[in-house]
Write a protein that binds this ligand. Sequence first.
Ligand code: ADP
Ligand code: ADP
Ligand code: MG
Length: 650
Amino acid sequence: MFRKILIANRGEIACRIIKTAKAIGVSTVAVHSDVDAKARHVALADEAVALGGAAPKDSYLRGDLIIAAALQTGAEAIHPGYGFLSENPDFVDDVVKAGLVFIGPSAKAIRAMGLKDAAKALMEQAGVPVVPGYHGDQQDGGFLAGQAEAIGYPVLIKAVAGGGGKGMRRVDDKADFAEALRSAKSEAANAFGKDAVLIEKYVAAPRHIEVQIFGDGEDAVHLFERDCSLQRRHQKVIEEAPAPGMTAAMREAMGSAAVRAAKAIGYSGAGTIEFIVDGSEGLHPDRFWFMEMNTRLQVEHPVTEAVTGLDLVEWQLRVASGERLPLRQEEIRLSGHAFEARLYAEDVAAGFLPATGRLLHLAFPDHCRADTGVRSGDEISPWYDPMIAKIITHGETRAIALARLGRALDETEVAGTVTNLSFLGALARHAGFARGEVDTGLIARDLADLTRGSDHTRRETVLAAAAALHAAGISEAPTAGFALWSPRSRQVRLDRQNGVIDAVITVEGPDAARVDIAGEVFWARRQGAGWRLEGEAPLRIVEAGGIHVFGAGTTASFTRHDALNRNAAAGPGDDMTLAPMPGLVRAIFVSEGTEVAANQPLCLLEAMKMEHTLKAARAGRVAAVFVSEGQQIAAGDPLVQLEAESMADA
Ligand code: ADP
Ligand code: ADP
Ligand code: MG
């Protein structure tokens, strides 16, 4: 085994790798960008080396600096995590040339699987079923249209160099093919510097089921499947193992196809074979097809760990240090069911726009596994993936594991940034999902229900009532509270994001109080050091840079009213639209003088793998547009300004 390894990554995955390294007695070296100097992964590692600027190209993608850091600290091997340099074969070559070990497959295996067309051809040869379609060299538009026709609509156009759902277009009708091809190619050229595409049959009621494999260069085994069908715009949201409805015959067919794929390239280390499955009539061994191979540890590997009881990072380190596979196929057992939910800093109501901010408070219940790269006080910066944590639960049955996931999400506390927590909670309670009726279209079909939240206004009032009770300060003096109060009623004024809230708290005895707020009356009873609103589920309150109320997956933050600070509390104003993150301006829909309605799209920004539409905060006339199409922008750059509202309107 290695004495010391360097982890060429950040965030939750760097922390995850350090945890196993520590457990098996391996020293760790972290690397970091300027903005990550105090990050959790740096604090957990034994040593740390600074790389450079915040932008990945100046730090986490600087293979030369990373290799130099490994040599300088005496690390023997480099673990790439996922993303960044993990699937870059040139980096692997450089690591090996420097006399170090790359904890992952060979450069040759990564090259063989890197392009979707070459990988499909290779898999066909190995007897693995591939999605019917065209994956040859011909790229002429007319020719590809002919292929689409022959395959039969609907079809999917995919960038051969694609990843993260980019350069992909579904086409349902012949008339739309030419335009879809043009936009897929332009997105692919932008993202991957290569515009070649392939055409696939669009599988009906598609399910994404992938098989975890492990190789040691000679032998290979599989660690069962994961179902990642719960996706939004081709991005995984909740993953589980095993796949609902899986049969022994189907598992055997998929598992052996995956092992065949791994053996065909003499694979070493952890990898995933992704299959697309036609789930329209249950699972059938002749209705799954190879999509692509991910030659790295996967984001969702914890669900496999939960159902096998194995540590995949430990396996990676053992195999990379020259050991044979720790177990034979028949020794690997599947036990129970597991889920993983990806908690992101994102504004669900604004179309899942990635968000940033300082985490004023972050806490997870201790009855789940929470893999995270941040702590209370850390910043979700615009530079990297806005994932806050992965929440993983396990149970004897799928129903138990899912109930545990729902409870874990309900009890997770995040303040300081908006998150997708209540969206994840709604998914965990979705009736079809609970029945195991998953396909990649579920989220899009039920988006309105999943993002609505239950009776929003009333919920806000409940949370505000709890915050007002807390702010009244009677919780600290459980017995003396009543006597100290004079008069019996106290007025509390709170600031929140969109205005001021007034409440009147009246003490009605040593253990009871009444809250008058927003035309409603709540009764509260003392419970422990705090209060419980009668008829409401229990709420938790944390004061940290504000008063944060948590309950059943919802969060609301308030501050004690500060009359001098009204402008700051009201935010930067809604005249100016600023870039929420660094990115590229793809399109601008308005120009100086355009009259816009509230919520009318102003421009399209491409950032963090996705396109985001920025909308007008209010109706008005555009005073100025500060950017042009194709321009690269930094977070906070002004984009569009509206004319100030006249005093008469205000
Ligand atoms: P996985 O297949 O391991 O679950 P995904 O398919 O979700 O990973 O993502 C593919 C790659 O894109 C991963 O290497 C991951 O690091 C990266 N990635 C995932 N989500 C984001 C994001 N929101 N922003 C930037 N990179 C991301
Ligand atoms: P990426 O490299 O972006 O991860 P994939 O080829 O893995 O691209 O596809 C991403 C997602 O797109 C899949 O998880 C699935 O939801 C959907 N998808 C891909 N191929 C098909 C297909 N032939 N039919 C239906 N859906 C598909
Ligand atoms: Mg994929």
